[in-house]
Design a protein around this ligand. Structure first.
Ligand code: UDP
Ligand code: MG
Length: 200
């Protein structure tokens, strides 16, 4: 079933960490959600030999800026279509790290055109310095070109300028479920489970 087919009933949980918070996003599987990380999809596309967007994606990521939505949404859409082509029952997605700015939100609304129901937005709230130190720790083994202080500070700037307003928008719609992500992994996990038990 293609996303664009009429009447496709899709259900989403959106995760907007945005600052580089290690969250237990992958736990969504337990509740029937397929976890799709926008950042991972972009990094895969960047690595793909012959990709016409590889260099562009790399530059945006290193600068902590948000890749134009046409690219991100085509990757997300393809991943969703593939998931549903393999199993048409799999219509619940946990979208990790998207939408991150107004451009993302508009592209999303245009593509989904009323077909996607956003169940709720999981917001991992965390102090900037904690986020930075966690990502620097991750950088020891991640090989990611944005796990360094310079890129991380740019990412925080982008977050405050572009992502925060999107979270505020969802907040006004009553969709945001906030998790204090400065706590330990176990505590964060427990809180996420509570939210999914209630809402998922
Ligand atoms: N990114 C983007 N659009 C998205 C998701 C990610 O442009 O929808 C880019 C952006 O440059 C961001 C980077 O990918 O800073 C890393 O995002 P990711 O969500 O992978 O970071 P994490 O929060 O997991 O550290
Ligand atoms: Mg991530």
């Amino acid at each position: 079933m293609a996303l664009t087919s009429p009447g496709a009933a899709l259900q989403f949980v959106v995760l907007v960490p945005g600052k580089g918070v290690a969250g237990p996003g992958t736990q969504g599987w337990k509740y029937g959600y397929t976890h799709l990380s926008a950042g991972d999809l972009l990094r895969d596309e960047r690595k793909r030999p012959g990709s016409q967007y590889g260099e562009l994606i790399e530059n945006y990521i290193k600068e902590g800026e948000i890749v134009p939505v046409e690219i991100t949404i085509s990757l997300l859409k393809r991943a969703m279509d593939q998931t549903m082509a393999a199993n048409s029952q799999k219509n619940k997605f946990l979208i990790d790290g998207f939408p991150r700015n107004e451009d993302n939100l508009q592209g999303w609304n245009k593509t989904m055109d009323g077909k996607a129901d956003v169940s709720f937005v999981l917001f991992f709230d965390c102090d900037n310095e904690i986020c930075i130190s966690r990502c620097l720790e991750r950088g020891k083994s991640s090989g990611r070109s944005d796990d360094n202080r310079e890129s991380l500070e740019k990412r925080i700037h982008t977050y405050l300028q572009s992502t925060k307003p999107i979270i505020d928008l969802y907040e006004r719609m009553g969709k945001v479920r906030k998790v204090d992500a400065s706590k330990s992994v176990d505590e964060v996990f427990e809180k996420v489970v509570q939210i999914f038990d209630k809402e998922g």
